[in-house]
Design a protein around this ligand. Structure first.
Ligand code: ZN
Length: 159
């Protein structure tokens, strides 16, 4: 069975950056997604189209097909008191309310005395993503999975 829209695909993958550092990894069939459901980044989803169980492939995804380019305007300094009782340290993530009222995830980039620099970019923005992928399984999605727009089962969403 080939990977196409409305198939549930189980993958083993290793994701590294251009320096070879491992960013993320899933092994032993612990990751499944619904193909065509925008569950995974577009560049990877497109590369998997037409593949089948047992296929192995290397996929390089540029930021524009991945998590986007970095936007420096999403970096700003805020006073430490804005964090209340929290003790922000570089690398920690917080949820902040943007001017439009939307909640966004921000990462603490730096802390200098009473000022904290936060970064609203996705941690993988601007990063080339190198996927080493093995297709473990391809099956038809169940009606409930299509309705929810994601994969269920051991490697998918648990409700
Ligand atoms: Zn569901």
């Amino acid at each position: 069975m080939q990977i196409a829209a409305d198939k549930v695909v189980t993958l083993d993958y290793t994701l590294t950056d251009d320096q070879g550092a491992v960013i993320d990894r899933s092994q032993e069939g612990q990751f499944a997604y619904l193909h065509g459901g925008s569950n995974i980044i577009p560049g990877l989803e497109r590369a998997l189209e037409g593949k089948q169980a047992g296929d192995e492939l290397k996929v390089r995804v540029t930021p524009e097909e991945g998590y986007g380019e970095r936007n420096d305007s999403l970096t700003q300094e805020v006073p430490l008191e804005a964090f209340g009782d929290a003790d922000p340290q570089p690398g920690m993530q917080f949820h902040a309310e943007a001017e439009d009222g939307q909640t966004m995830a921000v990462t603490v980039a730096a802390r200098d005395g009473d000022m904290v620099t936060i970064d609203g970019n996705h941690p993988l923005a601007g990063v080339n993503l190198n996927f080493d992928v093995k297709v473990v399984d391809v099956r038809d999605a169940a009606p409930e999975e299509l309705e929810h727009g994601h994969a269920h089962g051991d490697a998918g969403h648990a409700h």
